[in-house]
Design a protein around this ligand. Structure first.
Ligand code: OFO
Length: 172
């Protein structure tokens, strides 16, 4: 049975992960409005992965006899100054998510909740990758600067991204 404290914070995390998806859909819509369909595809793939993250918390609470309670989402930002500004905002958001995952991992240790600690280990590793992926795009866009040709090349490159599986088969 999951403890109340971990359950409450994991319910909160379902909201954060779902909001991540919502934010990245909003960025995808922004990129489509600028005809940067490759960047939009990158964000849509990211959004799908965020729903998978929310689902991992959903399943974990449920599998341990807890109660899932969904919370209200805020409206995400809809416009950014530039593609670079949007990706920088994505990195800032991922840093916030990393801090939430680290808080949860610390709480699992305090509560001596081994099941939660093991499940959260996956997220600790995943956040390293999440921040690295966005940082790579930021580096690329900073190199490109004001070059329209460079931006179109980057858009084509980012459009090749596909979402990973929603959940590993044993967790569906
Ligand atoms: Fe769920 O990792 Fe991004 O937010």
């Amino acid at each position: 049975m999951i403890g109340q404290r971990i359950q409450d914070v994991m319910n909160e995390q379902i909201k954060h992960e779902t909001f991540s998806a919502y934010l990245y859909f909003s960025m995808a819509a922004f990129f489509h409005s600028k005809s940067l369909d490759g960047m939009a595809q990158w964000m849509k793939a990211q959004a799908q992965e965020e729903f998978a993250h929310a689902l991992r918390f959903f399943n974990h609470i449920n599998d341990r006899g807890g109660r899932i309670e969904l919370q209200a989402l805020e409206k995400p930002q809809t416009v950014w100054e530039s593609p670079l500004a949007a990706f920088k905002a994505a990195l800032q958001h991922e840093e916030f998510i990393t801090s939430k995952i680290n808080d949860l991992a610390k709480m699992a240790d305090e509560e001596n909740d081994r099941a939660a600690a093991i499940m959260l280990q996956w997220f600790v590793t995943e956040q390293v990758e999440e921040e690295a992926n966005v940082s790579t795009v930021i580096d690329m866009l900073e190199l490109i600067g004001d070059s329209g040709h460079g931006l179109l090349m980057a858009d084509r490159e980012l459009g090749t991204r596909v979402a990973g599986p929603i959940l590993p088969p044993q967790e569906v």
